[in-house]
Design a protein around this ligand. Structure first.
Ligand code: NAI
Length: 247
């Protein structure tokens, strides 16, 4: 999997799946833009890890929910590495509650970050990608909740379901430009996002997973790396990475 000479942007890369993905892409030779929303220190640490292994990385602050900040993110990538080849739309949040108790702002924040954030980054990366005329890879983080729904996650499931439909549509629009667009749909992965679940809930989830364990960030990162470095003939697909939680 050789990504020498390519530039990858990973949103929300200061921790969790984004962090593991940034490190994996860099190990395969990509120059990586480590995007972060607020935790500069954690993003710096990811950059240091990559550079200490001989890779290339720069950190760029941007809130993916803000269109103009996404424009600046793409421009920063060009300023640092002169090109963009791979976009990983990883940034995401949860604001879980049953619909009857879900506040308007919890609905809106999740849609703004998890769905509009994907639109914002894809829309703003298009101009540099099309100008380069050398194809590209876009990988969006969906979720099994976006495929099957999940109690307490109407906002999150709606956003991730939207990401899946968006991915399929964009794959059709960009196929002729050799830009592949796919989604990865993780199940339950051990990151700070799932750390808030009680031990009881985790045990119940594990019982439903054929592999008998939660996933690791690296389990997802290696699938993203595969899609990022593949020939591009897989496009418009949603790949679950869930240890057979749902089938
Ligand atoms: P995490 O909470 O550990 O990391 C998410 C990252 O996104 C953080 O670094 C956070 O600062 C960043 N972020 C949040 N809002 C942002 C914004 N507006 N602009 C820029 N960055 C922002 O979560 P995790 O688990 O690593 O999740 C990564 C992706 O995978 C998310 O899209 C999530 O929805 C998805 N996913 C995670 C699952 C899990 O079990 N952990 C399951 C299914 C999907």
């Amino acid at each position: 999997m050789n990504l020498e000479g390519k530039t990858a942007i990973v949103t929300g890369a200061s921790r969790g799946i984004g962090r593991a993905t940034a490190i994996y892409l860099a190990r395969s030779g990509a120059a990586v833009i480590v995007n972060y929303a607020g935790n500069r220190e954690a993003a710096e640490e990811v950059k240091q890890i990559i550079q200490s292994e001989g890779g290339k990385a720069e950190i760029v602050q941007a809130d993916v929910a803000d269109y103009s900040q996404c424009e600046s993110l793409m421009q920063s990538a060009i300023d640092h590495f002169q090109r963009i080849d791979i976009l990983i739309n990883n940034a995401g949040i949860t604001r879980d509650n049953l619909l009857a108790r879900m506040k308007v702002e919890d609905w809106q924040q999740v849609i703004d970050t998890n769905l509009s954030g994907v639109y914002n980054c894809c829309r703003t990366v298009l101009r540099p990608l099309l100008k380069q005329k050398s194809g590209g890879r876009i990988i969006n983080l969906a979720s099994v909740a976006g495929l099957h729904g999940n109690t307490g996650q109407a906002n999150y499931a709606a956003a991730k379901g939207g990401v899946i439909a968006f991915t399929k549509t964009l794959a059709k629009e960009l196929g002729s430009r050799n830009i592949s667009v796919n989604a990865v749909a993780p199940g339950f992965i051990e990151t700070e996002m799932t750390a808030q679940l009680s031990e009881q809930v985790k045990a119940q989830v594990i019982e439903r997973i054929a592999l008998g364990r939660l996933g690791k960030a690296e389990d997802v990162a290696e699938v993203i790396l595969f899609l990022a470095s593949s020939s591009g003939y897989i496009t418009g697909q949603v790949i679950p990475v869930d240890g057979c939680l749902v089938m």
